[in-house]
Each structure stands twice: as structure tokens, then as C-alpha cells.
Design a protein around this ligand. Sequence first.
Ligand code: ZN
Ligand code: ZN
Length: 186
Amino acid sequence: MRDYQPTHLDPRAPLVLDTRDLPRTPGAMRALERVVPAPSDLGLELIGVPEGSPISLALRLESVSEGVLVTARAHAQLGGECGRCLRDISDTLDVEFVQLYAYEHSTTDETTDEDEVGRVHGDLIDLEPELRDALVLALPLNPICREDCPGLCPDCGVPWDELPTDHSHAQADPRWAALSRLKKRP
Ligand SMILES: [Zn+2]
Ligand SMILES: [Zn+2]
């Protein structure tokens, strides 16, 4: 049996769902859609969901004997930088997750660890941890602006995409310049 840590969820928080109008009769369902501002620190080093950007959620709440089963689809904005050329990337990300939120004192609640399933606190569910996990897991570890991004010129650090095709630093080195002069000699 687990110890109860009182959790006080703010019913007005954008990612807290109120299940009061979902009858606790197995099979009862509610569908809802909402757009929430992205919480802070949602992402990895190079790419993430910008804080405050809109995340569209399509949710289905289903009453099951042990709690509420939530099926969530989320559409989020992505912002970051290309791991090769460091230019800004903006993209979108779609994720889906299904999570059981157990009622307090249900068998599931009393026989599973805190991190195995979610919990219904009173009538409230906090979607944030699962949404965060789903989004972060779906982020690219090595974001690139496009498949064949050529990266940066190692000498001047300018993206190859922004340099003329004949860009070269060969002449900048006096030794190479001297060599090419030698080569040109008849
Ligand atoms: Zn790039
Ligand atoms: Zn260069």
C-alpha cells in the first residue's frame, strides 16, 4: 500500500483536467479539445517546444473500473537549431499517448508505483508529466534543417548554403598562394 502524499492541483492550470462531468461508470466517455500554452523547459539542448507556444490537444477520457483512461493527441510547435549549420529550425510535432489515471484507493492505485500509472487527485488529472514525456521522446536527438544540410565552412563558420559554390580559403594562406603562383608558371 502506498503512502498518500497530498497533491494539490490547480484546477485552472492549463494542463489540469477536471473529470467531474465524466460519470464514474465504466464505459462513460468525454471528448474534449483545448489549446494550451507550452510549459517551460520542454525540450532538449538543440530543439524543443518554445515556452508559451500553443499546443493543440484532442483528448478522449474514458471511465474504466480503476480510473480514467486518457487518450491524447497533441500538436506542438518546434523551435531549435540545426546541429550542422546552427541555423534556426521551426517545425511541428504530433504525438499521441494513452495513460491510465487511477482513482485514489482503487486497487491499481494501491498496487502500483507512483511512476507506473497516473493518478486522479480528487476529480483532477495532471496531464503535464505524460505530455512532457511524449513530446520530449519524440524530439529528434540530432535535429537538422534538412537531410542533406552541408553544415558550416570549417574555416569561416559560415553555412555552406549561404556561400558561393566556389567559396574557398585557399588563397588566404600565403603559403598556398605562393604554391599556386608556382603552379601557374609556364
Ligand atoms: Zn542545417
Ligand atoms: Zn569559409
